[in-house]
Design a protein around this ligand. Sequence first.
Ligand SMILES: Cc1ncc(COP(=O)(O)O)c(C=O)c1O
Length: 396
Amino acid sequence: MNKSFHSEMAAGLDEIRAEGTEKVLKILQGPMDTRAPIKGSGEVLVLCSNNYLGLANHPEVVAAARKALERYGAGTASVRFICGTFQPHLQLEKALADFHRTERALTYTSCWMANTGLFASFCGEGDCVISDRLNHASLIDGIRMCPKSTRVVFRHCDMADLETRLKEAAGAKRRWIVTDGVFSMEGDLAKLADIVELAERYDAITVVDDSHGVGVVGKTGRGVVEHFGVEGKVDIITGTLGKALGGAAGGYIASSAAVTGMLVQRSRTSLFSNALPASVAAGAAKAVEILLAEPERVARIRDLRAAFYDGLCKLGYKPLKSASGIIPIIIGETAAAIRASEALLAEGVFVIGFGYPVVPEGTARLRIQVQATLTNDDVQFALAAFERVGKQLNLI
Ligand SMILES: Cc1ncc(COP(=O)(O)O)c(C=O)c1O
């Protein structure tokens, strides 16, 4: 054991605790749902989970997962290309490809794995990868895996800046535009129609991570591609199964048969890492089925977003305008956001405060995420708690 290393880390943790910015892991004592039991807090209203469609504990999702668990066992004990593909993987991949209207989809054990396996499979010397400044950490790390490519950041959702970067990359072998569909800390959407148009004009390849958009955005929940009516115009879509689509775990890349076929050959996070458990694949496939059969869940998210936004504004908060299932309220200092989140938890409302380094210093925030299963009474209950906490902490 290297004692000095461990003491250095202990001192670092003490510092984090002293400044009041420690992330304390809450323990769930039952399934994730509209309300969930948390150790020490009891049953609370959940406004911080990505369970947008309320499917994480849906009886049909659980039953599908259980059936696959019984039929296929715990897992593949293998990576995909050795002996790690079960029928539920193929069924899920077909469902995801149909859902996104792409030729094929390939699953990974997380979207993090999908994103970190994607770029290094294709981008080498001569490529120029142009990425939105607020892209998710997994896209950033995925792009970092291509040290021989030119890597450029454009200002968040700034199409003029993106165009400048594309012009500067005129001599590159390939130009890539990489964006989140829904930005997780802001709740806003990529300007995908403009991005697609720029990609066509400057001969670029488009990659959209729609982890927070799938199941939430677009009339039938097909994400930002549907919202902006650009079906068939985005080259590569990545997404997670750990949010709206069942909430268990897993990720995927949907694209042409050629691109996904090449990923099977080259993508290191598929070649050298185990496949999704069949139970998770079957649960996610059921979630896709429910989403398609019950579009009212997507509509409910839109109504809830409006109810929270209007309610918070009436109370004197200044939530960010959002077009997704995410409604951020900027608080300022990290410790203040964490204090507010603790006060809300004491009121029976589970909302997390996000601070530095997840968001820039001074822009710490509370992030409300709606679940389609919230009732109008739940909304009123939450707003009453926000009113009490807002007054108590001088936030409103
Ligand atoms: C935009 C985005 N991409 C990727 C991920 C990672 O997803 P997963 O949990 O499947 O690794 C997240 C999760 O926070 C996300 O918000």
